[in-house]
Design a protein around this ligand. Structure first.
Ligand code: XUL
Ligand code: CO
Length: 439
């Protein structure tokens, strides 16, 4: 057999060198995969995943400029390039030491002239993917269907006003679920980039939401039929490409799922850059989804607040990673989800080594976040302050409110007996000072 090209020649398996200096960027200084923290290996808390589309399909184009990333695997016919890309990706995963990857159906294999031809391309490419997965031990964190790039989807997929387009999306998802099963994907994501509207004048919002719910129900039914064991995830985003997207943020999606009785079949894949686009703080939707038992996975990236669009940058801020990891530990981990780097190296970072530097730095940022969160939780200073803050709910009238047995009449009796509540400081600055102690 012909020997496969080495795409990242000169780069060996990335080592853990905790004493590395400031200029040593091709090593982990904090991520030590096998090290056990709070009873679990770092790699199992973090479950890092590389996304296929940005790192292997991205070319550095932006709305104003041509490609700047000329990758050696983008050569030959579309299918030849797809195979080279897959080999390059698995070399990258192995050298980086990441156990998971994520992809859209259309990143993996080019679309043909008909649905049948497209599906043959997918069959051929996923045969190769399965072979490479078995050789390297790298697994699929999640698969998703690209229901937004092709012109047929310009008015939406599951919410398209034309049922013919909805049918196409359904056929595509059916195949997506088949390949999820074939490759042993642990999750399946729905991101509705064009499920929304640009003009309220031409949009029947109630009908579109109903159709989207029916679409999800068909997916649940087919998943059960083929015995696919994976977690379904919806990824909220408020806008871009639509002016308004139905899956606006965590709470909108949770409300939608509950309304249509779909909440037992889905969790959320939260992407912080989408959260900040919705006008929330970085950690907001991670915390909100977790509070409802709905946090399934995280597309670990960050935006640039001064730009205000989806810049998909690698997460580098230790405050943010600490808050996310604290939430993840508190809910007992993210499995079967993970931390997927839905992030792209900048257009101005075209070197192949930039792909490594970006992932290593982001993995270290999350490892520092994990280490900080472990200290915060193990030392318990903040949690005991929070416990104390809510202590009135542990006895008497508070306990009755807590267990749902209280009435308004009892509230009135209580106030008549005890008068005015005393003014209590929220101690925000004290919490912030303590949090900073761990960063
Ligand atoms: C788009 C986005 C997608 C989803 C998968 O903003 O985040 O890449 O993660 O379709
Ligand atoms: Co994403």
């Amino acid at each position: 057999m012909e020997k496969e090209t080495e795409y990242f020649a000169g780069i060996a398996k990335i080592p853990y060198l905790p004493d590395g200096g400031a200029r040593d960027v091709m090593c982990f200084k904090h991520y030590n995969a096998e090290e056990v923290l709070m009873g679990r290996k770092m790699e199992d808390w973090l479950r890092f995943s590389v996304c296929y589309w940005h790192s292997f399909c991205g070319t550095g184009t932006d709305p104003f400029g041509f490609p700047t990333h000329h990758r050696p695997w983008n050569q030959g016919s579309p299918m030849e390039a797809a195979k080279k890309r897959l080999h390059a990706a698995f070399e990258f995963f192995s050298k980086l030491g990441v156990k998971y990857y994520t992809f859209h159906d259309r990143d993996m294999a080019p679309e043909g002239l008909t649905l049948e031809e497209t599906n043959w391309n997918l069959d051929e490419m996923t045969d190769l993917a399965l072979q490479l997965q078995n050789q390297t031990g790298v697994k699929v964190l999640w698969v998703t269907c690209n229901l937004f790039a092709h012109p047929r989807y310009m008015n939406g997929a599951a919410t398209n006003p034309d049922c013919h387009v909805l049918a196409y999306a359904g056929a595509q998802v059916k195949k997506g679920l088949d390949i999820a099963k074939k490759l042993g994907a642990e999750n399946f994501v729905f991101w509705g980039g064009r499920e929304g509207f640009h003009s309220i004048h031409n949009t029947h919002v109630a009908a579109e939401l109903r159709h989207m719910a029916v679409f999800f129900k068909m997916a649940v039914k087919y998943k059960e039929k083929i015995g696919l064991k994976c977690q379904f995830l919806i990824e909220p985003k408020p806008k871009e490409p639509c002016k308004h997207q139905y899956d606006y943020d965590a709470m909108s999606v949770i409300g939608f799922l509950k309304h249509y009785d779909l909440d037992s079949h889905f969790k959320l894949n939260i992407e912080p850059n989408h959260t900040t686009l919705a006008g929330h703080s970085y950690e907001h939707d991670v915390v909100m989804a977790s509070a409802f038992g709905m946090l399934g996975s995280v597309d670990s990236n960050t935006g640039a607040p001064d730009l205000g669009w989806d810049t998909d940058q690698f997460p580098m801020d230790i405050r943010n990673t600490t808050l996310v990891m604290k939430t993840i530990i508190e809910q007992g981990g993210l499995q079967p989800g993970g931390l997927n780097f839905d992030a792209k190296v900048r257009r101005e970072s075209p070197d192949l080594e930039d792909l490594f530097i970006a992932h290593i730095a982001a993995m270290d940022a999350f490892s520092r976040g994990l280490r900080n969160a472990v200290r915060i939780i193990e030392e318990g200073t903040m949690s005991s302050m929070v416990m104390e803050r809510y202590s009135s709910f542990r006895h008497g009238i508070g306990q009755k409110v807590e267990d749902g047995s209280a009435s308004l009449e009892e509230m009135e009796d209580f106030v008549k007996q005890h008068g005015e509540p005393k003014v209590t400081s929220g101690k925000q600055e004290k919490y912030e000072a303590i949090f900073n102690h761990y960063i």
